[in-house]
Design a protein around this ligand. Structure first.
Ligand code: ADP
Ligand code: MG
Ligand code: MG
Length: 198
């Protein structure tokens, strides 16, 4: 079973990965966006780290809901409300249980991903974070490792796609041939989930 400590480890492993990979995320965003995805994610997850230390939420759902709220309030870019919604909705779906199973988390994450799709009006194949998150949420029903693999493959699969949402869509055909920054950071989020489970 996954307890509150597990969810805190997930968020802190994500913050560490974002710190480590911020340069790469910004580089990807400079090719098809406005070169701020790394700094947006750094600012957001630094705020998550700080608030989790200060407020010590007592359930898995509360860890994710609090993290999501702080992503929304600290990240100005498109990714803030989208990741914030992902974590808030996933947290809400976990309710106030003290521990949850991986299967329950997979169901909750699917609800979170659906909320992201609704908020952003995007679907799989549009070259967004959903291209990593959707397959990852589906594969999490099998294992953490399968989710990580699906997210990594989903991020790489955005390279040949034409962007249909977000800033990259302004480029039209010129968005083809570049990996989506948000799908790349989503793969970091899911890799951190597997790391927390080890
Ligand atoms: P901004 O584009 O506002 O500068 P970021 O650079 O932080 O924000 O995030 C860009 C990422 O957000 C994209 O790479 C993409 O994955 C994701 N994104 C943008 N718009 C949408 C959308 N409508 N639905 C889903 N994801 C989106
Ligand atoms: Mg950007
Ligand atoms: Mg921006």
């Amino acid at each position: 079973m996954l307890d509150t400590t597990f969810f805190r480890r997930w968020m802190s492993a994500t913050a560490a990965a974002v710190e480590r990979e911020a340069g790469r995320l910004t580089e990807l965003d400079s090719a098809i966006g406005d070169a701020d995805h790394g700094s947006n994610m750094q600012r957001g997850f630094a705020a998550v780290t700080a608030v989790l230390e200060k407020e010590a939420p007592q359930t898995p759902g509360a860890v994710l809901a609090l993290s999501g709220r702080h992503l929304i309030s600290t990240v100005g870019g498109a990714s803030g409300p989208l990741y914030g919604t992902l974590l808030r909705r996933t947290g809400k779906a976990l309710g106030d249980a003290a521990e949850v199973s991986r299967e329950q988390l997979a169901d909750a994450l699917r609800a979170g991903v659906a909320a992201v799709a609704q908020l952003g009006g995007a679907q799989a194949g549009d070259k967004t974070m959903l291209d990593a998150l959707e397959p990852a949420a589906a594969a999490l029903g099998e294992s953490f490792a399968a989710a990580r693999e699906a997210a990594d493959e989903g991020a790489v699969a955005t390279v040949p796609m034409l962007a249909r949402k977000g800033r990259a869509s302004y480029l039209g055909e010129r968005s083809i041939g570049h990996q989506d920054p948000g799908a790349t950071s989503s793969a970091l989020l899911i890799a951190a989930l597997e790391e927390a489970a080890r």
